[in-house]
Design a protein around this ligand. Structure first.
Ligand code: ATP
Length: 199
C-alpha cells in the first residue's frame, strides 16, 4: 500500500483544486519559505481525522479553509482527498484503490467519506489502525516531531512502537470491550437493586 495522490481544494493556501501525485518511490517537495509545503502534510493529517487545530498550526478549525488574498475572496469550504494504492490489500478493503475524503464548511461540521461513501471518523480511524497511517501514525513526521519523539515520555514512545508492531488495534478493541463490560456490570447492579425493591 502506498499513498499515490493527494487532491486539495480550498485547504489553507490551496485555493484551486490541486493534485499532487506520488510515485512508489521517493518524492521531494521543494519551494520557498511559506509556499505551502507543510500545508500538504497538514492536509494529509487533517483528512485522516486530526481534530487538534494546534497540530494543524491554526487557531480554530475554520482556519484550514482558504482565507483569501488581496486578489481572491475567501472560500466557503475545504476538501482534501487522499488516494492509496491498495493492490497488496494492506488496507482491509476489497478495493485496489482506497480514497479518503474530508470536507469542512465555515459552519464547522466535517464530513468524511471512504471511496465516496459517507462515513464516521471512527470508521477511518479503524480502517487505518496499525497500518501506521493514522493521524498519529509514524508515517507522518512533522517539523519538530523528531525532537518530540526523542524527548517524550517512554510511554509515549512505546505507543509509536506498538502502532508499528500492529497491536494498537487490539489494545483499542480491548479498551472498548472493557468499557462495555463496565457499563453492563453497572446495569446488572441497577437491575439487582430494582429486583430487591419490588421483592
Ligand atoms: P517553510 O519552508 O517556511 O516551513 P512552507 O513551504 O512549509 O514554509 P507552509 O507553512 O506550508 O509553508 O505555508 C504557509 C503559508 O500558507 C502562509 O503563506 C500562509 O499565509 C498560508 N496559509 C495558511 N493558512 C491559510 C489559509 N487558511 N488561507 C490562505 N493561506 C493560508
Amino acid at each position: 500500500m502506498y499513498l499515490k495522490k493527494v487532491e486539495i481544494q480550498g485547504f489553507k493556501s490551496f485555493a484551486d483544486k490541486t493534485e499532487i501525485k506520488f510515485n512508489n518511490d521517493i518524492t521531494a517537495i521543494v519551494g520557498p519559505n511559506g509556499s505551502g509545503k507543510s500545508n500538504i502534510t497538514d492536509a494529509i493529517r487533517w483528512v485522516l481525522g486530526e481534530q487538534s487545530i494546534k497540530n494543524l498550526r491554526g487557531g480554530k478549525m475554520e482556519d484550514v479553509i482558504f482565507s483569501g488574498t488581496d486578489k481572491r475572496r475567501p472560500l466557503g469550504f475545504a476538501e482534501v482527498t487522499i488516494f492509496f494504492d491498495n493492490q497488496d490489500g494492506d488496507i482491509p478493503m476489497d478495493y485496489n484503490e482506497v480514497a479518503i475524503t474530508r470536507r469542512i464548511f465555515r459552519s464547522g461540521e466535517s464530513e468524511y467519506y471512504i471511496n465516496k461513501n459517507s462515513c464516521r471518523l471512527k470508521d477511518i480511524r479503524e480502517l487505518f489502525m496499525d497500518t501506521g497511517i493514522g493521524k498519529d501514525g509514524y508515517s507522518i513526521i512533522g517539523q519538530g516531531r523528531i525532537d518530540e519523539i526523542l524527548s517524550n515520555k517512554p510511554e509515549d514512545r512505546r505507543n509509536i512502537f506498538e502502532e508499528a508492531a500492529g497491536i494498537i488495534k487490539y489494545k483499542s478493541k480491548k479498551e472498548e470491550a472493557e468499557r462495555k463490560l463496565k457499563s453492563t456490570e453497572e446495569n446488572i447492579i441497577r437491575i439487582r437493586d430494582l429486583i430487591h425493591e419490588i421483592s
